[in-house]
Design a protein around this ligand. Structure first.
Ligand code: C5P
Length: 228
């Protein structure tokens, strides 16, 4: 299980400072650049992060559009040299397959994951949007994404096992909504601790606020790394 730290802070300087403080673990840690940082700091920010260490970078832009627009966007993102990107599974199998067909033509491509159900959804909120039971929908999204040639899913730890059972043990699961030491869930609903994530076979955990809002983010990272 690998730790991916979300760089969602309110300034570029804060994000760089956090990454700098983790530089000596950079071969063990992934950094997640999300909408906030990417919209604010752009491609140059990715370059700056790479200069700080051997960090692998997950660019979390959750593409959702018509197939050709998604493939165009995915190709542009791939040119940034990031290691992992994502799309929404609800964009459909044809859109995801079009993205993969385009990326597979490149000399090298990032891993591509599909978002199943946002970890901020509880059952009721999910059903209000998708009119389906959450686990059935996640299973269906996973099979669709697997058949479209993606590398894995973004899901809560509670769905990691069912995704692997429905597809393959090698199909990656990346789980946000992790509260390593029982921290506040805030807007997340399907939150899990390290033990639950590990038992569920999660390949990656994403941790944001419990790290960057801590008094000593480096110490929290060390404790997490020590336990995984
Ligand atoms: O601060 P926290 O640990 O809740 O951050 C979780 C991160 O993972 C955020 O950047 C959020 O955008 C992202 N994410 C998520 N749920 C998903 C996909 C991504 O929480 N399904």
């Amino acid at each position: 299980m690998k730790l991916c730290v979300a760089l969602d802070m309110s300034s570029k300087q804060q994000c760089l400072q956090l990454a700098e403080g983790l530089a000596d673990f950079s071969d063990k840690i992934w950094l997640k650049v999300g909408l906030r940082a990417y919209l604010r700091d752009g491609a140059g920010f990715i370059e700056e992060l790479k200069k700080l260490g051997d960090f692998k970078i997950f660019l979390d832009l959750k593409l959702y559009d018509i197939p050709n627009t998604m493939a165009d966007a995915a190709e542009e993102i791939a040119k940034l040299g990031v290691d992992m990107i994502n799309v929404h599974a609800s964009s459909g199998k044809r859109a995801m397959a079009t993205v993969m067909e385009r990326l597979n033509k490149l000399a090298s491509r990032p891993l591509v994951l599909a978002v199943s159900a946002l970890t901020s959804f509880d059952e009721t909120e999910f059903s209000a949007v998708y009119d389906q039971n959450l686990s059935d929908a996640v299973r269906k999204f996973s099979v669709m994404s697997y058949e479209a040639g993606l590398d894995g899913m973004v899901c809560s730890a509670f769905e990691s096992r069912l995704i692997k059972d429905a597809t393959s043990a090698n199909f990656i699961t990346l789980c946000p909504g992790v509260r390593p030491f029982g921290e506040s869930a805030v807007d997340q609903k399907r939150v899990a601790d390290l033990d639950v994530a590990r038992k569920a076979g999660a390949d990656f955990i994403v941790v944001g606020r419990p790290i960057y809002q801590a008094q000593n983010p480096r110490e929290i990272c060390e404790r997490i790394l020590g336990q995984i």
